[in-house]
Design a protein around this ligand. Structure first.
Ligand SMILES: Cc1ncc(COP(=O)(O)O)c(C=O)c1O
Length: 373
């Protein structure tokens, strides 16, 4: 008899809220009483506390991770007439953020082992006709695994382009002793309710060590105002609200421990799949610490395995099923991006969050064992 779904009755966002219920209630009441609901003391405190967590100079709150990408590009004057290189194997939000700035996303292939941007592929793009006009690259630390920053930096320096981070899935990941979000000129974060650091709605931020850039971001996120009601330049409305900031301050205090728990669960999966003929466990690059926003295996019979696990009551997903260069909004699939195509056909996200019970992990293992290779 397949496992029942009762191990999964509390998905991550609710489990996270329940874990922090008392502190969240106090935080929300504090905001109610404050009379300040947008860009107030809670946002300022969260920006300071998250900057301290990351070890960077400045954090600027925004309304979402997609907005954070757009804000960075606008603040760097990258927009219409420019191109921005992004990995094709990534969520469409990355391309959406770039497109909202006015720039054109130009797609690059990934490394097969870590699913992150391939430095050689970036170099090839920048030497090609298609790469003309590329001003920046958004490097996605996909699933919580740091990209090959050193090699990417070398390529970016050689071609004189900006290297930006997308850390929407990588809160708590470490690259050679440094937290991701501190590696490039600026980094975008999302705090969507399923993320490692999760708000109770949409929220995002930019991290940077560049104080002048942070100042431009603060101006652009609020109508281009330097002085209230007077726009110095074109801007947008992308503000972090006080309720979300207060929620994030509560959750931030538990981020280290929750990422450690994700790593412990990942180690259990890794041990179980080390000799598997069905799936390949995710690779971790030397010097890096994965944040396991997702635990993603590769499987040549992915669709059959996914169906089997779903029929067994295990919540699994194929993230991401269609590479961006094949999505009608952004491309027509004419680029040859083989690793992105292969990954889209083979990846499977297994259950992963810090509140997974032993029974839930056991149910996954048991269902995996019943799958015939
Ligand atoms: C890698 C990546 N970049 C950007 C985003 C966009 O974040 P948001 O949903 O907060 O706009 C997401 C999340 O959906 C993401 O996973």
């Amino acid at each position: 008899m397949p496992s029942t779904t009762n191990h999964w009755s509390l998905p991550y966002p609710q489990a996270d809220q329940r874990r922090h219920e008392v502190a969240l209630t106090h935080a929300v009441q504090r905001v109610f009483a404050s009379g300040s609901y947008i860009l107030g003391a809670e946002v300022e405190a969260f920006e300071t506390e998250f900057a301290a967590f990351l070890g960077c100079g400045q954090v600027v709150g925004a309304a979402s991770g997609t907005d954070a990408i757009e804000l960075i590009l606008r603040a760097l004057d990258i927009g219409a007439g420019s191109k921005v290189a992004v990995p094709s194997f990534a969520p469409s939000a990355v391309a959406a953020g770039v497109a909202r700035s006015g720039a054109k996303p130009e797609f690059v292939d990934i490394e097969p082992g870590t699913f992150t941007l391939c430095p050689e592929a970036l170099d090839d793009l920048l030497r090609s006709f298609r790469g003309r006009g590329v001003k920046a690259t958004v490097v996605v630390h996909l699933y919580g695994h740091p990209a090959d920053w050193e090699s990417l930096q070398r390529v970016a320096d050689e071609h004189g382009i900006e290297l930006l981070e997308d850390c929407a899935q990588a809160h708590g990941a470490i690259w050679h002793g440094r937290r991701v979000g501190t590696l490039g000129r600026a980094a975008a974060f999302s705090f969507y309710p399923t993320k490692n650091l999760a708000a109770l709605g949409d929220a995002g931020a930019v991290a940077t060590n560049d104080a002048a850039l942070a100042e431009r971001l603060r101006v652009i996120r609020q109508y281009g105002w330097k002085q209230r009601y007077v726009s110095e330049q074109a801007g947008v409305n992308s503000r972090l609200d006080e309720l979300q900031a207060a929620v994030l301050r509560v959750k931030l205090g538990a981020l280290n421990e929750s990422v450690l728990q994700r790593r412990r669960l990942a180690a259990q999966y890794d041990a179980r799949f080390a000799a598997s003929r069905v799936v390949t466990a995710p690779k971790v690059r030397g010097g890096c610490e994965h944040a396991y926003h997702q635990y993603v295996v590769r499987c040549e019979r992915r669709d059959a395995l996914m169906q089997h696990l779903q029929q067994s009551g295990i919540p699994v997903a194929a993230l991401y099923p269609v590479p961006l260069h094949r999505q009608r909004a952004y491309g027509n699939g004419e680029e040859l991006l083989l690793e992105s195509d292969r990954a889209a056909a083979a990846v499977l996200s297994l259950p992963m969050h810090p509140y997974l019970s032993e029974e839930a992990m056991g149910a996954v293992f048991e269902a995996m064992e019943r799958f015939e290779p």
